[in-house]
Design a protein around this ligand. Structure first.
Ligand SMILES: Cc1cc2nc3c(=O)[nH]c(=O)nc-3n(C[C@H](O)[C@H](O)[C@H](O)COP(=O)(O)OP(=O)(O)OC[C@H]3O[C@@H](n4cnc5c(N)ncnc54)[C@H](O)[C@@H]3O)c2cc1C
Length: 505
């Protein structure tokens, strides 16, 4: 079917205002890897055919039925903040289906049964603000909390710094309304029941399916009362090894820990740039500065015993018998607003780092396979030490930040995109992954598989498990229209191998 016919049909379903073929709406925004490859190679362009912004489930059903009949790919898209290329279009005439414009309503809030029903385009921060008025929250907060949407969080099974305490998005999805690839509509799970083991757990299957199995039109989310008491700490040792020791000590303490983040010096620079910006804008009234030291930890304690917990943590982390030559600088933040600024600055550290850097003269890209690895928590320090040695060998010095308590770290390195560097990146990420897998880890703890990590899945799970995943995909989407080329469940596009891609510019 040619482009004009598809356009006509989409306009017939959604109306002219909700179908776009403007270049600005169709290009891959925000994906550093895609941008880098587009800059290096002539023929590479991650561009969709159409952007549609459906108003309701009925329009989605019609679009899906039409697309399925004519084998036209659809990529469901929420806020487009994914970091693994989940929403990158590869195939011609791909329909990007965006929920932010219309399908952004909170449909029901039920405090008695502690759930909400939302459309996929509801922004996470907006839901939090609405719930906070009643003293509730949806705890699976990712680093992109300021912009991501619930549909995308469910699509990726997003999680974040406090997931070791509160769980991931999957733990909060009670059920879903899903438009399947043939246009039928199913409901999974239960909105009101706390427990049910009736049948296969389809909700869990859809959570984290990255738009490859069905399109969520309603999401039933569990909510929780906001913790009433909390305190945050910045603990800075000169020496990284002492921060590692401190983490092991905290593991043994009987305290209600809600967050523990390790931040390296680059991340601290990004955070401090963000504090400066907030002060300048008058949002922050009191100066906060994270000391630029090698072994810096950010900690949040909650619960009715938080004052006692604070005393225990301060005492244990300053124990002169252990840290005699490197007693930490400890800052305690008690004001709720100050604490919010601390955690916001951590979330915004990335943009803060970018603000501190010279604009790149050559396009740069992240190294995809090391962006979001995790190992068993007891092995994280061993991993960090081994990864540092390999990074030094390759002359790659990634920004290292992460949710160290649950074994998840982000190694972020912006590399100039050249053919030579692509070969180096390939080798580097394979060496890092060898360590990850030798320690029993995973290629992605929270960002997802998307386009850029799918060829590693077989190494992680083996052929047999991958074959089951492929069978599920074929059963639910036999024409492969829903977010094709992702998750390792179809033919894996050669572009992910960074070799023999084609002619350079
Ligand atoms: C600065 C920064 C920090 C980040 N930190 C974290 C972090 O701490 N933890 C974390 O988990 N992630 C993090 N991410 C990655 C990403 O932001 C999250 O995974 C986020 O939840 C994605 O939400 P989104 O609304 O942008 O979804 P999108 O990127 O638009 O989509 C995500 C996936 O969901 C699918 N999808 C979207 N809507 C639907 C629907 N209605 N039905 C079916 N499938 C759908 C898409 O096809 C896609 O595969 C970060 C990203 C950035 C830029």
């Amino acid at each position: 079917m040619d482009k004009e016919e598809i356009y006509k049909k989409l306009v017939e379903i959604c109306g002219e205002d909700d179908v776009s073929i403007d270049d600005a709406d169709l290009i891959a925004t925000g994906d550093w890897i895609a941008k880098g490859l587009e800059a290096l190679y002539d023929h590479i362009s991650f561009k969709a055919g159409f952007l549609v912004t459906p108003k309701n489930k009925e329009e989605i059903i019609e679009i899906v039925k039409f697309a399925n009949t004519h084998k036209i790919p659809i990529i469901p898209r929420a806020a487009n903040t994914s970091l693994a290329g989940q929403v990158l279009p590869l195939k011609e005439n791909t329909i990007l289906m965006d929920f932010g414009k219309h399908m952004n309503k909170i449909l029901e809030i039920n405090l008695e049964e502690e759930y909400v029903v939302v459309e996929p385009g509801v922004e996470f921060w907006y839901l939090q603000e609405v719930l906070a008025k009643d003293g509730y929250f949806f705890p699976a907060e990712p680093g992109s909390a300021f912009s991501c949407m619930i549909g995308g969080m469910v699509g990726n099974n997003a999680s974040g710094a406090s997931s070791f305490r509160f769980g991931t998005t999957r733990d909060y999805v009670k059920g879903l309304e899903v438009v399947m690839a043939d246009g039928s509509v199913i409901h999974t799970g239960h909105k009101k029941n706390e427990k049910s083991v009736a049948g296969y757990d389809l909700t869990s299957l859809f959570v984290g399916s990255e738009g490859t199995l069905g399109i969520f039109t309603e999401i039933y989310l569990r909510i929780k009362p906001l913790p009433k008491n909390e305190v945050s700490l910045i603990v800075a040792y000169k020496n990284l090894d002492n921060a590692y020791k401190a983490i092991e000590i905290i593991r043994q303490l009987d305290v209600d820990l809600a967050l523990l983040e390790y931040v390296d010096q680059m991340t601290i620079e990004g955070m401090n740039a963000n504090f400066k910006y907030r002060l300048k804008k008058g949002i922050l009234t009191k100066k906060i500065k994270v000391p630029k030291r090698d072994g810096t930890l950010l900690i949040r304690l909650i619960g009715p015993q938080f004052k006692e917990a604070l005393r225990k943590v301060q005492e244990a982390l300053s124990n002169p018998e252990i840290f005699s030559t490197d007693l930490p600088k400890i800052q305690v933040l008690e004001e709720p607003l100050e604490q919010k600024h601390l955690w916001d600055a951590r979330h915004y550290a990335g943009p803060g780092i970018a603000r501190n850097m010279d604009p790149p003269k050559i396009p740069r890209m992240f190294i995809p396979a090391v962006l979001d690895i995790a190992v068993p928590p007891s092995k994280i320090i061993e991993f960090l030490k081994k990864a540092k040695a390999i990074s030094q060998e390759f002359g790659i010095l990634p920004i290292t930040m992460g949710h160290i308590f649950d074994g998840n770290v982000h190694l972020i390195s912006a590399q100039n995109v050249t053919e030579e560097n692509l070969a180096k990146i390939k080798e580097y990420q394979e060496k890092i992954l060898d360590i990850v897998y030798s320690l029993g880890g995973t290629i992605t703890a929270e960002h997802g598989v998307g386009l850029w990590k799918q060829h590693f899945l077989e190494k992680e799970y083996g052929k047999e498990t991958m074959e089951i995943m492929k069978k599920i995909k074929r059963a639910l989407d036999p024409n492969n229209i829903l977010n094709p080329d992702k998750m390792g469940v179809g033919e894996i596009p050669s572009i992910v191998h960074f070799k023999e891609i084609g002619d350079k510019k």
